[in-house]
Design a binder for this molecule. Sequence first.
Ligand SMILES: Cc1cc2nc3c(=O)[nH]c(=O)nc-3n(C[C@H](O)[C@H](O)[C@H](O)COP(=O)(O)OP(=O)(O)OC[C@H]3O[C@@H](n4cnc5c(N)ncnc54)[C@H](O)[C@@H]3O)c2cc1C
Length: 608
Amino acid sequence: MSELQTIKIPDIGDVDDVEIIEVLVAVGDTIDLEASLVTVESDKASMEIPSPVAGVITSVLVNTGDRVSEGSDIMVMDVAASSETAAPEKTPDPTTTSDKPATSTSEAAAVSPPKASNTGAGTSSVSPEADEAYKSADEKYDLVVLGAGPGGYTAAFRAADLGLKVLLVERYPDLGGVCLNVGCIPSKALLHTAAIIQETQDMASHGVSFGKPKIDIDKLRGFKEEVIGKLTGGLAGLAKQRKVDIAHGYASFNSAHTINIKNDQDDSSRIAGFTHAVIATGSKSIRIPGFPYDDPRLMDSTGALALADIPKRLLVIGGGIIGLEMGCVYAGLGSKVTVVELSDGLMPGCDRDLVRPLEKRLKADFENIFTGSKVIGMSALKSGLKVKFEGGKAPESDTFDRVLLAVGRSPNGKAVDAENAGVDVDERGFINADSQQRTNIAHIFAIGDIVGQPMLAHKATHEGKVAAEVAAGKKSYFDAKTIPSVAYTDPEVAWMGLTETAAKKDGIAFEKGSFPWAASGRSLSMGRNEGLTKVLYDPETKQVLGAGMVGPNAGELVAEAVLALEMGADIEDLALTVHPHPTLSETLNFAAEVAEGTVTDIYVPKKR
Ligand SMILES: Cc1cc2nc3c(=O)[nH]c(=O)nc-3n(C[C@H](O)[C@H](O)[C@H](O)COP(=O)(O)OP(=O)(O)OC[C@H]3O[C@@H](n4cnc5c(N)ncnc54)[C@H](O)[C@@H]3O)c2cc1C
């Protein structure tokens, strides 16, 4: 039973006829008592108008730019609906600080929310009751999540923790998406093995020699599968503990408040109704037309991770992070790896001083690296895949036992019938979302790879939390200052915030401190001297703007720099923070000391 109440502008002091500068909620939102509804601005100040009741918004009666006074109607809310959707035993009072998410989502941002890039949000929502398909849906949820990758399962779990009734839909039998099943986790399990093999070989220069490794590929594959199984099984358990319903099947929009879930196993389908939805259907590998895709020797990253065999000669098309990581895996296992990259250098976009040590090592570990070159044809022969090249130092053609195509990923936005819900999808398949992860349809959110670059799991999970929190009525925003990037190659390359490449391109003033790992006791004791840590900072304020490092474990080190950026630390903070010795983490401290002119571990001539 619904109980509708019209919300009015309360007494806001001695101001009258004020402008609405932002509508903070949309139809379908579940609102807590005191949650902000609109922001109004007079010539004296701006203020948010709190809700006098808890409930679900059924109509928004004002738009940005409207002028209102005490008593003006602004919303209609169903105050009975809040008690239906709330789960008091699980939901802590959202107005207390104890439930604040330990993420980049910021309650404080409610005071001054970042500007939404998607201007359509909040204006084109229809209420579930106005949706005929919703009325006759087989089941009804506060939130349905399409896709159980890191973005989707995080959104589902966070929403359930906030008291929403949640359905998580996944087309495959296992939860976890690309990241857990065919991405981050299996690649890191295999990269670890490759790195150990490499290290045992490096030990020869320390006076310790190991024999040639014997590789039991079935056992290695089994180890990788076991790691995946533990994590995906864990997710299923976590979903159960939170009472998140799981549906296995292909989800597509049926209307603005319903999805169709088609189960390919038994060809059955059902309709689920929702108040809010999150699209988290991820991305897939890009294909270059005209290649012989019916030949299993031509693989994408999923095929390469399946580890069917260890090819004598492997060609990797694409010198980005995924291609190079997989190249390191196969080189470690004994394949002769060739990489072909269209740009002039590996890992386009990353600062060259960070890529150089990696490039140097890979030149020794790989058979060939052809930059400024492209593949213009491929044919399947009995003896292998014959590949034709063009440009750079690549030969005219060569034949490989296997080829990995790793030229990027494209979003799955066009495959969910988003138009049935009125959600805009661009020509490439991306779905635009604002800083609250709302699409142009305010009660439908989009997160993860489908939203855009960077296509990284940690971006997807943080966006998932924001979407869940907003759907649950919280004022959360994705306001992270940076999303760090890591290549888990050997050596690892990691960076965050402003890069030198971007700063130079955009004319952003910066200064930097760099510390070579050749002067790091820890790095030298590991037999490695090629690393580098650098920190970029504002010449005026000395605040940290960015950082990058290359060397073993760089991916772990970058987290401290991310925290520095998020906390608004300046270069002195990093220089005066005592780091444990001897560690690689000291290199960030030393880089800051170089910037400060206080370093004693290397000699830096004074600037005149
Ligand atoms: C080889 C490789 C290595 C990687 N390594 C890293 C790394 O080290 N670190 C990192 O941060 N990122 C890494 N990534 C990227 C990372 O995997 C993705 O950024 C991340 O998985 C995106 O999460 P997501 O939730 O957006 O989507 P996905 O993980 O793609 O999940 C989407 C889910 O939706 C399901 N789905 C799609 N359509 C439907 C539908 N219509 N109905 C139902 N279900 C549907 C899919 O089956 C999938 O399970 C790697 C990727 C690859 C390929």
